[in-house]
Design a protein around this ligand. Structure first.
Ligand code: ZN
Length: 311
């Protein structure tokens, strides 16, 4: 069994308009934009990173705003809900704030004893705020938010699957333990990891497959401490028969990818080197950072990208 995985590292979604996307995460959800760069495979598209003050692994929501991309359709075979942690007692505030901002799909519920507020992202993305213990985490204080309500990072994620069996088995292999079941949900928790330590599998046998588009999670990344741990995970996945990519340098972490039987694209990302490797903490996310190979094309790339106006 793999012992190196420490919970979530980041979640990456596809989006439409870059400014709408940026405003949603920074102005409505109060996250800090911690990196403004471009998609490694499509440098005419931004890759925006949002999180806590420094982009602690387990707090990082990233997006590819593809401009006019049509919305995806929610269904099975995808990460159905990306869940953010907020302090106990914060949901009443968030309900008012999200309502005032015109956010749709607001719904309060409880799962596994945790109060949650589900809501839609700008493209029908599935999000929820979940009240949990802070466990040493702090929110970004630069946003227009009162004390003690801000997002602390991820709580976890809820996968929507036709059948949960193969994914449950994989999560077990990855070091997650089955913790509880409630209705059509099964909760998995990783012990000794970061605070973004839950994955809930929702089995929806009659549902149609999801189709990817704006608002869909592109992939979900799990954290490992360093490159040595990542290589150990890669070996174990290969030995078990998963088709895993070579290690890819993503500038702020190293990544490997593999697709799971349920359809979701998994990434294993290192906690090193982090988002302050090319700009200091005070200025994270302000300047456009380009992967080294695109630096010679900076002028052309900047001309193609829409200006992001921070409100
Ligand atoms: Zn990623």
């Amino acid at each position: 069994m793999i012992k190196e995985i420490k919970g979530l590292h980041h979640v990456t979604s596809m989006a439409g308009d870059a400014n709408q996307n940026n405003a949603f995460f920074t102005q409505i959800l109060g996250l800090r934009r911690i990196k403004k760069t471009v998609n490694f495979d499509a440098p005419e598209v931004y890759h925006l990173y949002f999180g806590d003050e420094v982009g602690t692994p387990g707090s990082v929501m990233t997006t590819f705003p593809f401009g006019g991309m049509p919305n995806g359709r929610r269904g099975v075979g995808e990460v159905g809900v990306t869940e953010f942690a907020v302090p106990h007692g914060a949901l009443d505030y968030w309900k008012d704030r999200l309502t005032a901002a015109g956010v749709t799909g607001l719904q309060e519920s409880t799962a596994f004893g945790e109060k949650r507020l589900s809501f839609d992202g700008p493209h029908g993305d599935g999000f929820a705020l979940v009240e949990t213990d802070p466990r040493g985490r702090t929110h970004w204080t630069g946003a227009d938010l009162p004390e003690d309500v801000g997002i602390l990072g991820f709580r976890g994620a809820r996968f929507a699957l036709q059948k949960a069996g193969a994914t449950a088995e994989l999560l077990g292999f990855m070091g997650y333990q089955k913790a509880d079941t409630e209705g059509d949900l099964t909760r998995f928790i990783i012990e000794g990891g970061n605070a973004a330590d839950t994955i809930d599998l929702q089995e929806l046998p009659g549902a149609k497959p999801a189709s990817q588009g704006a608002g869909s999670v592109h992939h979900i990344a799990f954290a490992v401490e360093d490159r040595a741990a990542q290589l150990a995970v890669r070996e174990q996945l290969l030995d078990t028969g998963y088709q895993v990519t070579p290690v890819i340098d993503r500038d702020y972490f190293w990544a490997i990818y593999f697709r799971i039987p349920g359809g979701v694209l998994f990434e294993i990302a290192t906690n090193e080197p982090g988002f302050d490797r090319d700009e200091d903490t005070a200025n994270l996310g302000q300047a456009l950072k380009l992967p080294t190979r695109y630096e010679p094309l900076r002028e052309k790339i900047e001309a193609q990208l829409p200006d992001i106006v921070d409100g």
